[in-house]
Design a protein around this ligand. Structure first.
Ligand code: MN3
Length: 213
């Protein structure tokens, strides 16, 4: 059984960029539903996995669509909560250098928002590391960047309408602009970047709880 991880900050602390109402609905309803469905599927299949990362990779490799969607969405939201912070968290030296190599912070923001706005339908927009360089990619529906060969996710924003509709209506561009400037967690992205270089541990979803006897 995987659990729904608590938010690493209060529900109201990302306001006004993301409202308390959006955070409560998004975490307590949407994320919980993905985790509950994931646990139901695993129970039905009689599986007791060691990590959600293993479940995600196996489900995508096997083409087990329902499991892939729900495991992917459970993982993506865990990563997404860490990708935000209530107060500014500047990038560290190594990640700052990677951003400079990309063309600078404004170039990265432009690439990220354009990728997110141009992404048709639901999905996720990511900054990822690949061989030390950073790239912007998007994935469809529930696909996590950890299934993309050779890439380490650094930060993600949710492009599903439930992430922004209450606060921004249909204005995904406005949401991404405010999100980048207001709540994106560059300290977290820096730790992920370091992990992609073999320094320290990258993000892992909380391991499954022990089965009740
Ligand atoms: Mn979502």
């Amino acid at each position: 059984m995987f659990k729904l991880p608590d938010l690493p900050y209060g529900y109201d602390t990302l306001s006004p960029t993301v409202s308390e109402t959006t955070m409560r609905t998004h975490h307590d309803k949407h994320h919980r539903k993905y985790v509950d469905t994931l646990n139901q599927i695993l129970a039905n299949q009689g599986r007791h996995p060691g990590s959600l990362e293993d479940v995600v990779k196996a489900a995508f490799a096997d083409g087990d669509k329902k499991l892939a969607n729900n495991a992917g969405q459970a993982w993506n939201h865990g990563f997404f909560w860490e990708s935000m912070a209530p107060a500014a968290t500047p990038p560290d030296e190594a990640f700052t250098a990677a951003i400079q190599a990309f063309g600078g912070e404004q170039a990265l923001k432009k690439a990220f928002t354009e990728e997110g706005v141009g992404h048709f339908g639901s999905g996720w927009v990511w900054v990822v590391a690949s061989n030390g360089a950073i790239e912007v990619i998007s994935t469809h529906d529930g696909e996590p960047a950890i299934v993309k060969e050779g890439r380490t996710p650094l930060i993600v924003c949710d492009l599903w309408e439930h992430a922004y509709y209450l606060d921004y209506k249909q204005d995904r561009a406005g949401f991404l602009d405010k999100w980048w400037d207001g709540v994106a967690n560059w300290a977290f992205a820096s730790r992920q970047y370091a992990a992609s270089q073999g320094k320290g541990e990258g993000y892992r979803y909380p391991p499954p709880m022990a089965q009740a006897a």
